[in-house]
Design a binder for this molecule. Structure first.
Ligand code: PHE
Ligand code: ZN
Ligand code: ZN
Ligand code: CA
Ligand code: ZN
Length: 295
Protein backbone atom coordinates (compact mmCIF):
# COMPACT_ATOMS: atom_id res chain seq x y z
CA UNK A 1 0.00 0.00 0.00
CA UNK A 2 1.20 3.52 -0.62
CA UNK A 3 2.61 5.83 2.06
CA UNK A 4 0.17 8.74 2.12
CA UNK A 5 1.90 12.11 2.60
CA UNK A 6 0.69 13.49 5.92
CA UNK A 7 1.26 17.02 4.56
CA UNK A 8 -1.63 16.43 2.15
CA UNK A 9 -3.87 15.38 5.04
CA UNK A 10 -2.85 18.45 7.03
CA UNK A 11 -3.63 20.70 4.05
CA UNK A 12 -7.24 19.44 4.20
CA UNK A 13 -7.31 20.22 7.94
CA UNK A 14 -6.19 23.78 7.18
CA UNK A 15 -9.08 24.06 4.73
CA UNK A 16 -11.58 22.78 7.34
CA UNK A 17 -10.17 25.29 9.81
CA UNK A 18 -10.56 28.12 7.29
CA UNK A 19 -14.11 26.99 6.50
CA UNK A 20 -15.02 27.08 10.19
CA UNK A 21 -13.42 30.49 10.68
CA UNK A 22 -15.38 31.89 7.72
CA UNK A 23 -18.66 30.38 8.99
CA UNK A 24 -19.09 31.34 12.62
CA UNK A 25 -16.36 29.10 14.02
CA UNK A 26 -17.84 25.64 13.49
CA UNK A 27 -18.84 22.97 10.97
CA UNK A 28 -21.89 21.67 12.81
CA UNK A 29 -25.12 20.10 11.49
CA UNK A 30 -27.44 22.74 10.11
CA UNK A 31 -24.73 25.42 10.05
CA UNK A 32 -23.16 26.82 6.88
CA UNK A 33 -19.72 25.45 7.78
CA UNK A 34 -21.06 21.92 7.36
CA UNK A 35 -22.18 22.31 3.75
CA UNK A 36 -19.01 24.25 2.91
CA UNK A 37 -16.98 21.31 4.26
CA UNK A 38 -19.03 18.88 2.20
CA UNK A 39 -18.60 20.93 -0.96
CA UNK A 40 -14.84 21.10 -0.41
CA UNK A 41 -14.57 17.30 -0.14
CA UNK A 42 -17.01 16.71 -3.02
CA UNK A 43 -15.11 19.02 -5.39
CA UNK A 44 -11.86 17.12 -4.90
CA UNK A 45 -13.54 13.72 -5.32
CA UNK A 46 -15.42 14.77 -8.45
CA UNK A 47 -12.19 16.05 -10.00
CA UNK A 48 -10.50 12.73 -9.12
CA UNK A 49 -13.07 10.66 -11.00
CA UNK A 50 -15.39 9.57 -8.21
CA UNK A 51 -19.15 9.29 -8.67
CA UNK A 52 -20.51 11.36 -5.80
CA UNK A 53 -23.99 11.45 -4.31
CA UNK A 54 -25.31 13.89 -1.70
CA UNK A 55 -27.99 12.28 0.46
CA UNK A 56 -30.17 14.74 2.39
CA UNK A 57 -32.06 14.08 5.59
CA UNK A 58 -33.83 16.15 8.19
CA UNK A 59 -32.89 16.24 11.84
CA UNK A 60 -33.84 18.81 14.48
CA UNK A 61 -35.66 20.85 11.83
CA UNK A 62 -32.43 21.25 9.88
CA UNK A 63 -31.27 19.56 6.68
CA UNK A 64 -28.33 17.22 7.06
CA UNK A 65 -26.20 15.74 4.30
CA UNK A 66 -24.17 12.60 3.74
CA UNK A 67 -21.62 12.54 0.95
CA UNK A 68 -21.17 9.15 -0.73
CA UNK A 69 -18.34 8.61 -3.24
CA UNK A 70 -18.06 5.51 -5.39
CA UNK A 71 -14.85 4.58 -7.19
CA UNK A 72 -15.96 3.16 -10.56
CA UNK A 73 -15.22 -0.54 -11.02
CA UNK A 74 -14.74 -3.56 -8.83
CA UNK A 75 -17.31 -6.24 -8.06
CA UNK A 76 -20.64 -4.45 -7.40
CA UNK A 77 -21.68 -7.36 -5.18
CA UNK A 78 -18.56 -7.05 -3.01
CA UNK A 79 -18.39 -3.54 -1.57
CA UNK A 80 -15.90 -2.15 0.96
CA UNK A 81 -17.07 1.06 2.62
CA UNK A 82 -14.84 3.52 4.47
CA UNK A 83 -16.44 6.36 6.45
CA UNK A 84 -15.88 9.31 8.76
CA UNK A 85 -18.21 11.93 10.17
CA UNK A 86 -17.74 15.34 8.65
CA UNK A 87 -19.78 17.35 11.15
CA UNK A 88 -18.46 18.85 14.37
CA UNK A 89 -19.96 20.26 17.53
CA UNK A 90 -20.93 23.95 17.61
CA UNK A 91 -18.21 24.80 20.17
CA UNK A 92 -15.33 24.85 17.72
CA UNK A 93 -13.89 23.94 14.32
CA UNK A 94 -13.75 20.19 15.00
CA UNK A 95 -10.32 19.54 13.55
CA UNK A 96 -9.38 16.38 15.45
CA UNK A 97 -13.10 15.46 15.88
CA UNK A 98 -13.49 14.75 13.06
CA UNK A 99 -11.59 16.76 10.49
CA UNK A 100 -8.85 14.19 11.09
CA UNK A 101 -10.83 11.12 10.03
CA UNK A 102 -12.50 13.06 7.21
CA UNK A 103 -9.17 14.29 5.81
CA UNK A 104 -7.44 10.92 6.25
CA UNK A 105 -10.08 9.01 4.29
CA UNK A 106 -10.26 11.83 1.72
CA UNK A 107 -6.53 11.61 1.03
CA UNK A 108 -6.77 7.80 0.86
CA UNK A 109 -9.57 8.13 -1.71
CA UNK A 110 -7.50 10.62 -3.71
CA UNK A 111 -4.51 8.23 -3.59
CA UNK A 112 -6.73 5.47 -5.03
CA UNK A 113 -7.36 7.81 -7.95
CA UNK A 114 -3.72 8.90 -8.33
CA UNK A 115 -2.63 5.26 -8.45
CA UNK A 116 -5.47 4.23 -10.76
CA UNK A 117 -6.22 1.37 -8.36
CA UNK A 118 -8.41 -1.34 -9.89
CA UNK A 119 -9.39 -3.39 -6.85
CA UNK A 120 -11.35 -6.63 -6.76
CA UNK A 121 -13.89 -5.03 -4.45
CA UNK A 122 -15.97 -1.97 -5.23
CA UNK A 123 -14.81 0.95 -3.10
CA UNK A 124 -17.26 3.37 -1.52
CA UNK A 125 -16.29 6.25 0.77
CA UNK A 126 -18.74 8.15 3.00
CA UNK A 127 -18.68 11.42 4.93
CA UNK A 128 -21.52 11.42 7.46
CA UNK A 129 -23.65 14.30 8.67
CA UNK A 130 -24.99 14.86 12.20
CA UNK A 131 -22.92 12.19 13.96
CA UNK A 132 -22.63 14.53 16.92
CA UNK A 133 -26.39 14.52 17.36
CA UNK A 134 -26.61 10.74 17.60
CA UNK A 135 -25.16 9.10 14.46
CA UNK A 136 -28.05 10.59 12.46
CA UNK A 137 -26.47 10.56 9.00
CA UNK A 138 -25.02 7.03 9.11
CA UNK A 139 -28.26 5.74 10.66
CA UNK A 140 -30.25 7.39 7.87
CA UNK A 141 -28.00 5.81 5.24
CA UNK A 142 -28.32 2.30 6.68
CA UNK A 143 -32.07 2.67 7.26
CA UNK A 144 -32.61 3.67 3.65
CA UNK A 145 -30.39 1.03 2.12
CA UNK A 146 -32.50 -1.59 0.32
CA UNK A 147 -31.88 -5.08 1.70
CA UNK A 148 -30.28 -6.12 -1.60
CA UNK A 149 -27.77 -3.25 -1.36
CA UNK A 150 -27.07 -3.92 2.30
CA UNK A 151 -25.96 -7.48 1.66
CA UNK A 152 -23.44 -6.27 -0.93
CA UNK A 153 -21.51 -4.32 1.72
CA UNK A 154 -18.93 -6.78 3.01
CA UNK A 155 -17.15 -4.43 5.38
CA UNK A 156 -17.24 -0.95 6.90
CA UNK A 157 -14.13 0.90 8.13
CA UNK A 158 -14.71 3.85 10.49
CA UNK A 159 -12.32 6.66 11.40
CA UNK A 160 -13.38 9.13 14.10
CA UNK A 161 -10.54 11.06 15.81
CA UNK A 162 -7.22 9.82 14.42
CA UNK A 163 -4.91 12.70 15.35
CA UNK A 164 -5.42 13.17 19.09
CA UNK A 165 -2.66 15.32 20.61
CA UNK A 166 -1.95 12.90 23.48
CA UNK A 167 -2.59 9.93 21.22
CA UNK A 168 -3.35 6.32 21.95
CA UNK A 169 -3.38 3.67 19.23
CA UNK A 170 -6.73 1.93 19.47
CA UNK A 171 -8.16 -0.60 17.03
CA UNK A 172 -11.78 -1.70 17.24
CA UNK A 173 -11.88 -5.03 19.00
CA UNK A 174 -13.70 -7.08 16.37
CA UNK A 175 -13.38 -10.39 18.19
CA UNK A 176 -13.62 -9.01 21.76
CA UNK A 177 -10.30 -10.69 22.41
CA UNK A 178 -9.93 -8.84 25.70
CA UNK A 179 -13.23 -10.36 26.82
CA UNK A 180 -14.45 -7.10 28.34
CA UNK A 181 -16.83 -4.33 27.40
CA UNK A 182 -19.11 -4.60 24.39
CA UNK A 183 -19.23 -7.96 22.65
CA UNK A 184 -17.57 -8.83 19.35
CA UNK A 185 -18.59 -7.27 16.04
CA UNK A 186 -20.37 -9.23 13.29
CA UNK A 187 -18.45 -12.16 11.79
CA UNK A 188 -15.66 -10.74 9.65
CA UNK A 189 -14.89 -7.92 12.10
CA UNK A 190 -12.03 -9.96 13.58
CA UNK A 191 -10.41 -10.27 10.14
CA UNK A 192 -10.71 -6.51 9.63
CA UNK A 193 -9.09 -5.96 13.01
CA UNK A 194 -6.22 -8.25 12.00
CA UNK A 195 -5.60 -6.38 8.76
CA UNK A 196 -5.43 -3.05 10.60
CA UNK A 197 -3.32 -4.60 13.35
CA UNK A 198 -0.81 -5.94 10.81
CA UNK A 199 0.00 -2.38 9.72
CA UNK A 200 0.86 -1.27 13.26
CA UNK A 201 2.82 -4.45 13.93
CA UNK A 202 4.82 -3.73 10.78
CA UNK A 203 5.85 -0.27 12.01
CA UNK A 204 6.48 -1.51 15.55
CA UNK A 205 3.67 0.43 17.23
CA UNK A 206 1.71 -1.33 19.97
CA UNK A 207 -2.08 -1.10 19.86
CA UNK A 208 -4.89 -1.78 22.27
CA UNK A 209 -8.48 -2.76 21.59
CA UNK A 210 -11.38 -0.35 21.84
CA UNK A 211 -14.93 -1.56 22.12
CA UNK A 212 -17.81 -1.27 19.72
CA UNK A 213 -19.59 0.79 22.37
CA UNK A 214 -21.84 2.54 19.87
CA UNK A 215 -20.18 5.94 20.05
CA UNK A 216 -19.44 6.33 16.33
CA UNK A 217 -20.84 5.64 12.88
CA UNK A 218 -19.98 1.93 12.75
CA UNK A 219 -22.97 1.50 15.10
CA UNK A 220 -25.74 1.34 12.47
CA UNK A 221 -23.59 -0.99 10.32
CA UNK A 222 -22.85 -3.58 13.01
CA UNK A 223 -26.51 -3.40 14.08
CA UNK A 224 -27.48 -4.90 10.71
CA UNK A 225 -24.67 -7.44 10.71
CA UNK A 226 -22.08 -5.71 8.51
CA UNK A 227 -18.51 -6.49 9.67
CA UNK A 228 -16.70 -3.36 10.82
CA UNK A 229 -13.44 -2.02 12.13
CA UNK A 230 -11.31 1.07 12.36
CA UNK A 231 -8.93 3.07 14.52
CA UNK A 232 -9.24 5.76 17.18
CA UNK A 233 -6.61 7.83 19.04
CA UNK A 234 -8.76 8.75 22.04
CA UNK A 235 -11.20 11.43 23.16
CA UNK A 236 -11.96 12.62 26.71
CA UNK A 237 -10.52 9.46 28.32
CA UNK A 238 -7.43 9.85 30.49
CA UNK A 239 -4.14 8.27 29.40
CA UNK A 240 -2.91 5.89 32.10
CA UNK A 241 0.71 5.55 33.24
CA UNK A 242 0.89 2.19 31.46
CA UNK A 243 -0.43 3.77 28.24
CA UNK A 244 2.10 6.62 28.50
CA UNK A 245 4.96 4.14 28.80
CA UNK A 246 3.59 2.25 25.80
CA UNK A 247 3.00 5.25 23.54
CA UNK A 248 4.66 8.27 25.11
CA UNK A 249 2.66 11.39 25.84
CA UNK A 250 1.31 12.53 29.19
CA UNK A 251 -0.20 10.22 31.80
CA UNK A 252 -3.11 11.67 33.75
CA UNK A 253 -4.15 13.87 30.84
CA UNK A 254 -6.93 13.32 28.29
CA UNK A 255 -6.02 11.80 24.93
CA UNK A 256 -7.67 14.95 23.52
CA UNK A 257 -7.91 17.75 26.10
CA UNK A 258 -9.72 19.89 23.47
CA UNK A 259 -12.42 17.27 22.79
CA UNK A 260 -15.65 19.13 21.86
CA UNK A 261 -14.06 22.46 22.74
CA UNK A 262 -13.17 25.67 20.87
CA UNK A 263 -9.50 24.69 21.03
CA UNK A 264 -10.01 21.71 18.67
CA UNK A 265 -8.09 23.61 16.00
CA UNK A 266 -5.23 22.70 13.65
CA UNK A 267 -2.96 23.10 16.70
CA UNK A 268 -4.80 20.16 18.30
CA UNK A 269 -3.24 17.49 16.09
CA UNK A 270 -0.46 14.99 16.70
CA UNK A 271 1.17 14.73 13.27
CA UNK A 272 2.75 11.35 14.00
CA UNK A 273 -0.58 9.83 15.02
CA UNK A 274 -2.28 11.36 11.99
CA UNK A 275 0.44 10.02 9.68
CA UNK A 276 0.39 6.49 11.10
CA UNK A 277 -3.38 6.27 11.07
CA UNK A 278 -3.64 7.55 7.50
CA UNK A 279 -1.13 4.96 6.37
CA UNK A 280 -3.08 2.32 8.33
CA UNK A 281 -6.22 3.33 6.40
CA UNK A 282 -4.41 3.00 3.07
CA UNK A 283 -2.96 -0.35 4.13
CA UNK A 284 -6.42 -1.62 5.11
CA UNK A 285 -8.20 -0.35 2.00
CA UNK A 286 -5.52 -1.75 -0.31
CA UNK A 287 -5.33 -5.09 1.50
CA UNK A 288 -9.06 -5.70 1.86
CA UNK A 289 -10.10 -4.31 -1.51
CA UNK A 290 -7.66 -6.43 -3.43
CA UNK A 291 -8.37 -9.62 -1.48
CA UNK A 292 -10.96 -12.28 -2.24
CA UNK A 293 -14.00 -12.85 0.02
CA UNK A 294 -14.84 -13.29 2.88
CA UNK A 295 -12.79 -10.30 4.13
N1 PHE B 1 -17.98 9.69 18.37
C1 PHE B 1 -17.42 10.51 19.42
C2 PHE B 1 -17.62 11.97 19.02
O1 PHE B 1 -17.66 12.28 17.86
C3 PHE B 1 -15.97 10.29 19.65
C4 PHE B 1 -15.62 8.87 19.87
C5 PHE B 1 -15.14 8.13 18.82
C6 PHE B 1 -15.77 8.29 21.10
C7 PHE B 1 -14.82 6.79 19.00
C8 PHE B 1 -15.46 6.95 21.30
C9 PHE B 1 -14.97 6.21 20.25
O2 PHE B 1 -17.73 12.82 19.85
ZN1 ZN C 1 -17.55 14.51 18.73
ZN1 ZN D 1 -16.32 12.18 16.43
CA1 CA E 1 -13.57 -5.78 24.13
ZN1 ZN F 1 3.12 8.28 6.14
Amino acid sequence: APDIPVANVKAHLTQFQNIASANGGNRAHGRPGYLASLNYVKGLLDAAGYTTTVQSFTYNAATGYNLIADWPGGDPNDVLMTGAHLDGVTAGPGINDNGSGSAAILETALEVSRQGLQPTKHLRFAWWGAEELGLRGSQYYVNNLPAAERTKIKGYLNFDMVGSPNAGYFVYDGDNSDGTGAGPGPAGSAQIEQVIQSYFTGIGVATRGTDFDGRSDYGPFIAVGIPAGGTFTGAEGIKSAAQASLWGGTAGQAFDPCYHRACDTTANINDTALDRNTDAIAHSVWTIATSTPPV
